[in-house]
Design a protein around this ligand. Structure first.
Ligand SMILES: Nc1nc2c(c(=O)[nH]1)N[C@H]1C(S)=C(S)[C@@H](COP(=O)(O)O)O[C@H]1N2
Ligand SMILES: [Mo]
Length: 221
């Protein structure tokens, strides 16, 4: 008898979910905020599986005063709004795993624009060899231009199908495939082209490897 009651209760809940007993129907924004957790048969981590360990804690970047700059050794310096970045460049997505030196990792479906396309638009000068990424919290790190182009490295605005949350790096994150997590700059504000291959970013200045290759120890040159 008790069992029967549970079955009925279950059925009513099911009918409500499927048929929409709820007073508010989901709009696009509600649907968009649902994370993708599996992609082409591959299980994804959640946006919530990251550990927060940013140098200044989570950042809230206000879009009304935000611009993404492409500066340094370029023919045409760029200053783009969030919407301009997303509207002006082709979109790509890829599942890539971030490994933090602390020993945890997260596998996420990233969506973004190609850093190579931004560099092309700005016109990288011949002597530029690296890009220094500057972030809203004062963090920096660098990556070789050749790597960004050859590996089709993304500047992401979505993870698992949702807009990157503030604590994960909104508006833009460098998806530094095959590099340690400290190379994945969050809250990117400026992409500076430089001819200084010895530049050291925030963690690199404490002795972390400048190349940051995942198949090499992170402490080293
Ligand atoms: N701007 C900024 N980007 C950053 C960091 C940071 O402190 N500031 N931390 C890096 C490190 S060490 C890692 S592992 C990744 C992911 O960090 P999270 O788990 O705190 O998001 O972001 C990287 N990008
Ligand atoms: Mo990290």
């Amino acid at each position: 008898m008790g069992n029967q009651l549970f079955r009925w209760a279950g059925l009513i809940v099911f009918v409500c979910l499927a048929g929409g007993c709820a007073s508010t129907s989901p709009d696009i924004a509600t649907l968009e905020s649902v994370e993708v957790r599996q992609y082409q048969g591959e299980k994804l981590s959640s946006v919530a599986d990251f550990r927060e360990n940013s140098i200044q804690g989570p950042q809230n970047v206000p879009l009304d005063s935000y611009s993404l700059k492409v500066s340094g050794l370029v023919d045409t310096p760029l200053s783009l709004t969030y919407d301009q970045v997303i509207a002006s460049y082709a979109h790509y997505s890829k599942v890539i795993t971030l490994h933090c030196v602390e020993g945890w990792d997260v596998t996420i479906l990233w969506e973004g624009v190609l850093l190579g396309d931004l560099l092309k638009a700005a016109g990288a000068q011949g002597n530029a060899v690296i890009v220094i990424f500057h972030a809203y919290d004062g963090y920096t790190s660098s990556l070789p231009i050749q790597y960004l182009k050859d590996k089709n490295i993304l500047l992401a605005y979505k993870m698992n199908g949702v807009t990157i949350p503030p604590e994960r790096g909104f508006p833009f994150v460098v998806v530094a495939e095959a590099k340690w997590g400290y190379k994945w700059v969050k809250w990117v504000t400026e992409i500076e082209l430089s001819n200084d291959p010895t530049y050291k970013g925030y963690w690199e200045a404490y002795g972390y490897s400048s190349t940051g290759d995942l198949d090499q120890p992170f402490l080293g040159p």
